[in-house]
Ligand binder design. Structure first.
Ligand code: HEM
Ligand SMILES: CC(C)=CCC/C(C)=C/CC/C(C)=C/COP(=O)(O)OP(=O)(O)O
Length: 311
């Protein structure tokens, strides 16, 4: 579908097209998703610094991190504007409705990415700038352009994009990436399928209609629930590993076990529900989807608190 088609569907014939406001540009950056991405960045900074990383660095990394992930969201919405238009959840996006043209969105996204890269390079560290660019590349090229429309492995492999923000935060503080930073990467990597497939089970019909091969569309609810359970186990096991490398202490250990136990309970409950041959119902999937986000936020908070206390 061309831009003019998209624009035509946004405004009735004969009426002037509405002009986008700053809110529409903000919507292109997926602010709610970024809030959690940034949380993993900022808590990773505290972990790396084993304390307060400094106000200036926090401000730079927050703004640049937002701009980089926001830029990734902009390009995702440009590339996916055809399918987004056909799904209820995403139909109102400014690139799909034609409110913001592809050219304007691309200029906006490019400016955000360039500014973010330069800011991280100059005021944080070059490694942080490269990690941020790697996250952008993984999300836009590997996930959105390549895997999303071609394989159900899209989430596992493309999900690596969301693992870069903690690396950005860590590298911004120390300029290197020790093993513990890679544990944070791995935790988000194995967490992502739990987070996304719980949601995908609820909205799989939309994905089916637009031909996106998400796991529940391709292999059904049973395999999806089994995979969620498996990835929840991986996540919890990985989450406690940093303790054995003495990167974090007792406070984190207790939090990881407690938070992880509930992740396992909700995943097991969902698995049992589906294996019993019952239809997917929101009361079993929604709590897992919502809790997945609380889980990650609190786990990273526990890591930060622990390393400050340990120092
Ligand atoms: C390939 C990886 C991922 C995919 C495909 C994915 C997909 C999604 C989708 C489709 C939604 C629903 C958004 C909406 O309702 O418009 C969502 C929500 C959300 N995701 Fe993810 N996600 C991924 C990774 C992540 C990561 C790494 C984070 C943060 C660390 C994250 C944080 C969030 C948050 C905070 C929401 C709630 C947004 C809201 O309430 O509108 N996601 N995710
Ligand atoms: C460091 C850095 C720049 C990292 C980028 C990380 C990043 C932007 C992760 C985004 C994860 C996400 C929102 C996936 C949903 O895409 P989707 O296309 O499946 O969802 P949609 O249908 O809502 O568009």
């Amino acid at each position: 579908m061309t831009d003019s088609h998209l624009a035509a569907s946004a405004s009735p014939a004969g009426t002037a097209s509405p002009r986008p406001t700053w809110r529409d540009y903000l919507a292109l950056t997926k602010p709610k998703v970024i809030s959690l991405l940034l949380w993993t960045t900022l808590t990773a900074m505290v972990m790396a610094a084993e304390g307060w990383p400094g106000l200036w660095l926090l401000i730079v990394v927050s703004l640049a991190g937002y701009a980089s992930a926001g830029s990734a969201g902009v390009f995702n919405m440009i590339i996916d504007r055809d399918i987004d238009l056909r799904m209820k959840r995403t139909a109102g996006r400014p690139t799909s409705s034609g409110l913001i043209g592809t050219r304007e969105a691309a200029i906006f996204g490019t400016a955000l990415q360039v500014l973010s890269f330069l800011a991280l390079w100059v005021w944080a560290t070059p490694l942080a700038a490269w990690m941020s660019l790697a996250g952008f590349f993984t999300y836009v090229v590997i996930y959105t352009l390549w895997l999303k429309r071609t394989t159900w492995h899209n989430i596992v492999l493309g999900g690596a994009a969301g693992c870069f923000p903690p690396l950005v935060g860590w590298a911004a503080v120390t300029g290197d990436l020790p093993l513990v930073a890679w544990f944070l990467f791995a935790i988000v990597f194995f967490w992502t399928p739990v987070h996304f497939w719980a949601l995908a089970l609820m909205i799989k019909e939309e994905y089916r209609e637009v031909g996106i091969p998400m796991l529940p569309v391709v292999h059904g609810d049973r395999l999806t629930a089994a995979q969620i359970w498996l990835y929840a186990i991986y996540t919890v096991v990985l989450s406690v590993m940093p303790v054995f490398f003495q990167a974090v202490g007792g406070l984190y250990f207790v939090a990881a076990l407690g938070l992880g136990a509930w992740l396992l309970v909700l995943s097991w409950r969902l698995r049992g529900h589906v294996m019993a041959g019952r239809k997917i119902e929101r009361p079993v999937t929604l709590p897992l989807y919502l809790y997945s986000m609380l889980y990650l936020a609190l786990l990273f908070l526990a890591g930060a608190l622990d390393r400050v206390l340990l120092a």
